[in-house]
Design a protein around this ligand. Sequence first.
Ligand code: PEP
Ligand code: MN
Length: 280
Amino acid sequence: MSAPQPDKITGTPLVSRQDGQTTTVVPVGDVLFGGEKVIIIGGPCAVEGRDQITRLAAEVASKGGTMLRGGAWKPRTSPYSFQGLGVEGLELLAMARKSSGLPFVTEVLDPRDVETVAEVADMLQIGSRSVQNFPLLREAGASGKPVLLKRGMMTTIDEWLNAAEYVLASGGKDLVFCERGIRTFEPAMRNTLDLGSIAVLRERTHLPVIVDPSHAAGSRRYVETLARAAVAAGADGLLIETHDDPGHALSDAEQSLMPADFGSIVDSCRAIAQAIGRDL
Ligand code: PEP
Ligand code: MN
């Protein structure tokens, strides 16, 4: 089968929204991105062990989460920091999926691991640092699995759209964008959350867009404000990091919310979703 190509006559990229085209609904099992319901992805930054991930998956499910997250391969600034449990982490995520009933998304860092991750995960995350790893984008597209494409911390919206085009041009069709903040001159938060990108992507692509307030904020006390603003701006979902022992979390401890706080954010975002004619 030959790979899909941009529209032969107009040269329109596969990610582009055509005039009058509605948002494409991206299914991940029973979870539908881009529909009426705002999707909540919750879970720890990293899978740290069996008890940790099964416990947190149960918390996410009971507090209104629709999908589980957890990193098995972690892109860390220092090579001496915890790098993730790898294949073992993937197996633990599969166990947590079984016990909680939640499908899961996990990051794939290396093009050589795409096949392994795609065999088990419900959705492949391409992280901020990998957004222009073109061989990885191609492998992810060719796997046929749904892809969650984070915005690079240094990528323009145009570059981000082109990264998605790599996935689609390689045969992928189910892709969800995830805005997670960009680097600016402002150091008060870990990143600057560009909520304007939701409006721009709505215009320029037919694919859904969700927001990750956790990596944007970098600090748990700012997550709720950013999450509420994202839902108000029309995001199709949120990705929120949770941990029940943040003091001992092996990565992103500062921004991880206790499950109870995760639950109250979900509740407060539900009220906003309903106010704009959606549900959560
Ligand atoms: C993550 O989701 O844990 C992560 C590393 O995110 P990002 O690629 O957005 O930094
Ligand atoms: Mn993280």
